[in-house]
Ligand binder design. Structure first.
Ligand SMILES: Cc1cc2nc3c(=O)[nH]c(=O)nc-3n(C[C@H](O)[C@H](O)[C@H](O)COP(=O)(O)OP(=O)(O)OC[C@H]3O[C@@H](n4cnc5c(N)ncnc54)[C@H](O)[C@@H]3O)c2cc1C
Length: 316
């Protein structure tokens, strides 16, 4: 029997989130068929936007589906899943998936794995997850007939857009009155430190910064570029910045449009967490530093000369 893996398409203001192509890749890695589930208000184009990344799109349209609430989306997705019995439903390990994933799993009586960094199929959905403050990688298998899993952003290389899959509009099975929560209001938050995996620009600092005080230049450059700050492991180990900033094999994976590596040598454990960034700029005073092998642009110089010059240039 062919294995159908679904992913829930994340979107906002009518635009598909770019992470959908990563979820499609995660689904394709373990399934025979990749199905995108789109929950939206009538008249949108999200189904058409996601179609090039999936074999099929199941489109549920109802005014109550936007703005998003977990209860109503869960009604729509659960009804579909009960009818079609996919092998797994994938969501981003982002606010959408962290909110909706447990609700889906509970209502489908399905096993849930969160924050997966890799997926495989071995008599069921098997996920790899970083555990114990990311010091170990656990491998877990879901044993229920439907699995629900959330996937870490940027852990899966996005699939390229292909021939658009077929879009099937399905009757919504929703009782909005039965929802136990109501949408009240949306307030746009400032781009904060928590958004490192979502950020278009990440400025990361390494041991080359010297000490916690000098690490301020990383923050300055990140602020000037509207990005967020990241770090290599020694910086975190020395307590200059919080653990959730750590990029690499025992930290998080990022794939921003622009990644700055300041005073970072380019050890493989760091590089695996950032090498998929669209554009990598490295500043390191050692011209032999391995980071230059991965950088699209490299400046072999003292970062304390280069960064202030960059900041002055950005200001003018
Ligand atoms: C199991 C395991 C897991 C690990 N996980 C991670 C991980 O998740 N993330 C991670 O980052 N590391 C991880 N590491 C550590 C990793 O191996 C490296 O030790 C670490 O990435 C090095 O950090 P760094 O580049 O900041 O420091 P260093 O390797 O010390 O490099 C500092 C760089 O700064 C440059 N520099 C110094 N002064 C200046 C200046 N004034 N201007 C410009 N450049 C300057 C130097 O030339 C040097 O290249 C892990 C290691 C192990 C064993």
């Amino acid at each position: 029997m062919s294995r159908s893996i679904w992913f829930v398409a994340e979107h906002q203001d009518g635009q598909l989130h770019r992470g959908a192509a990563e979820l499609a890749a995660a689904a394709r890695a373990v399934g025979d068929e990749t199905v995108a589930v789109v929950c939206s208000a009538p008249g949108g184009t999200v189904a058409q936007q996601v179609a090039p990344f999936a074999d099929r799109v199941l489109l549920v349209e109802d005014p109550s589906l936007e703005p998003y609430t977990a209860g109503i989306w869960a009604q729509a997705v659960v009804a579909l899943a009960k009818e079609h019995a996919p092998a797994a439903i994938l969501l981003p390990h982002a606010p959408l998936g962290r909110d909706l994933g447990p609700v889906l799993a509970a209502r489908l009586e399905a096993g849930l794995m969160t924050d997966c960094i890799a997926l495989e199929w071995d008599e069921g959905l098997v996920g790899k997850r970083s555990v114990l403050r990311r010091k170990l990688v656990a491998r877990e298998r879901v044993t229920t007939s439907i699995a629900v899993a959330t996937c870490q952003r940027a852990a899966f290389s996005a699939v390229a857009a292909g021939e658009p899959g077929t879009v099937e509009t399905v009757e919504p099975s929703i009782d909005a009155e039965a929802a136990r929560t109501r949408f009240v209001a949306m307030e746009r938050a400032e781009m904060g430190e928590e958004n490192i995996t979502e950020a278009d620009v990440v400025v990361a600092g390494g041991r080359g910064l010297g000490d916690a005080e000098k690490f301020g230049v990383v923050q300055d450059l990140a602020a000037a570029l509207g990005g967020v700050m990241g770090a290599s492991r020694p910086v975190v180990d020395q307590g200059w910045v919080a653990h959730d900033r750590q990029i690499g094999s025992s930290g998080i994976t990022v794939r921003p449009k622009l990644y700055f590596a300041l005073g970072i040598s380019g050890a493989v454990q760091h590089v695996v967490g950032m090498r998929e960034s669209d554009v990598i700029v490295a500043i390191n005073k050692d011209p032999q530093a391995p980071i230059f092998e991965y950088a699209h642009y490299g400046i072999a110089d003292d970062l304390f000369k280069v960064v202030p010059a960059l900041l002055a240039e950005l200001e003018s």
